[in-house]
Design a protein around this ligand. Sequence first.
Ligand SMILES: [Zn+2]
Length: 150
Amino acid sequence: MTTHKFGVVEGDITTSGCIICNNVGTYTNGYPQVHLGQLTMNAHRYVYQLLHGKIPPRLDVMHSCDNRECVNPAHLCLGTRKQNMADAVAKGRVPRGQLSGMSKVTEASVREIRELASNRVPQRRIALRYDISQAAVWKILNGLTWRWLQ
Ligand SMILES: [Zn+2]
């Protein structure tokens, strides 16, 4: 494997041409995070900015390869958040319920949350367990979110 270096990010190139970030310690929503002093940002955004300058407001750096860990500049392009989400849904990356800003919750965890609640586990404890707000738990249990999931 060939190692590529972009600033503080290092990655190995795969057979598909993706450069998988390999020197990051943390991930948010599957995106490797770069730590620059106080600032934390997604590795692919960092690499894009390094090469192209500041990302215009309200634009996202999208992956043409769909690989969140990829930092290959050739696989990164700018798009609006709306395009990015539409693209993700079209490609099946984001289950419907996760569009509502509750990305930590998956279909499986919604089922578990309902199960826990039916076993009288307090909403506060459920919230802590899934690292979401109590309001988010309440919304799930009351069908304000994830209603479509039976
Ligand atoms: Zn890629």
